[in-house]
Design a protein around this ligand. Sequence first.
Ligand code: COA
Length: 361
Amino acid sequence: MFANEDDFNAAKERVNLLKEDPGNEAKLKMYALFKQATVGTCKASKPGAFDFVGKAKWQAWTNLGSLDQKSARQKYIDMVQQLLDEQGVTVDGSTTAEAQSTEQFKTLNVTSENGVYKIMLNRPNKKNALTFDSYNELVKALDTAGKDPTIVLATITGAGDYYCSGNDLNNFMSATPDTMSDMAKDGGVILNKFVSAFIDFPKPLIGLVNGPAVGVSVTILGLFDVVYSTNKATFVTPFSALGQSPEGCSSYVFPKIMGRAKANEVLLFGRKLTADEACDRGLVASVFPDDKFQKETSRLVDEYAKLPKNSMRLSKNLIRSNDKDLLHKVNDAECELLVERWTSDECVQAIMNFFTQKAKL
Ligand code: COA
C-alpha cells in the first residue's frame, strides 16, 4: 500500500518542523525524492560546470533512475518521518523534551529552552527530599535529555530554600520486619539505576546548588560535569549518624577529587562543608553570592549551550570513558552495602529517632 497525495502533502508540511538542518546529503536525497514523486524521472539537462549546487541536485535526482512516482512519494514520506524521529520531534511538532516538560512529573519541574534541559527538584515543603518517584523521574528526565538531539546540556537545581535534603526517610517507613529485606533490595535496584543514569549521561550536566544539600544529593554531585553553588549552600552526608554508607560513587570520586583525608572527614564523619569549603575541595567549581546566583548561573549556562554541542558531548565522553566501567562497579558495590545497611539495627533506629524527634516538636 502506497501513501496517498494527502500523506505526501502532510509530509511536505512536516519538513518545516525539523529543528535542525539535517545536512546536505539528506537534503539532496529529499530534494531528489520530491522531484521524482512530483515530476517523475529526471529529463532536465545537466547544469553547467560551475553551477555546483545545481549539479549536485541534478545528480541526486538522476540517480533515482526510473523509480516510479508512487514509490518515490512513499520514500519521501518515510524519510521525513525518520528525520523527525531522529530529532525527537513529536506529532505536534514539539521535541520529546518539550513534550515532556508539559507532562506532569510528580516531584520535578522540567522545562527545556534553547538547548538547555532544566530539571528542578520540586518538593519544597519537604526540602526536596527524594522519594522513590523522584529517583525514577530523574532517570526518565535524564534519559529524555540524553536522547533528544535538540538538547545540548542539562541542569539540576532545587525549588525553594533547599537544594535537596537527600533520601526521603519515609521511603522505608512503610516497611515491616517481614517486608524490610525486600524493600531494601528494591531500594537498591532503584538507587543503582539512578546513579547509573548519571554515570552514563552523555551530555554536559551542571549542578546549580541553590541551598543546603544533604546525603545522596551531595554524593551524586561528583558525577556532574560542573557544580555551581550559592554561598548559602552547605554540603553534608550524615551516613554514619544514620547507620548508612556512601553512595553516588562518592566512595571513589570524593577521595579522587578531595584527597583521602578530606573526603573521609565528609564521608565517614559527616563533616558539613560550607560552599567555600566545597569549592576548595574541588566538588564545586564556583560560589556565587546568593542574590546573584540565579542570574549569574543562567548567564553561564546559556553561554555554554551555544558552544558546539557535538564537541562538548564527545569531549565529555572522552573524559568519562576512562572511569566509566569502574564507576559502574563502584555503584554496584555501594548499593550492595547500602541494601545491607538499610536493614541494620543502627539504620532502623536512626530513622525512627528522626521521626520521633520531629513528632515531639
Ligand atoms: N526525608 C523525609 N522528610 C524530610 C526530609 C527527608 N530527608 N528532609 C526534610 N523532610 C521533611 C520534614 O520531615 C518536614 O516535614 P513536615 O513539615 O511534614 O514535618 C519538612 O520536610 C521540612 O523539614 P524540617 O525538618 O521541618 O526543616 P528544617 O529546616 O528544620 O530541617 C533538614 C531541614 C533537612 C535539616 C531536616 O529536615 C533533616 O535533617 N532532614 C533529614 C535529612 C537526612 O538525614 N537525609 C538523609 C541523608 S542520608
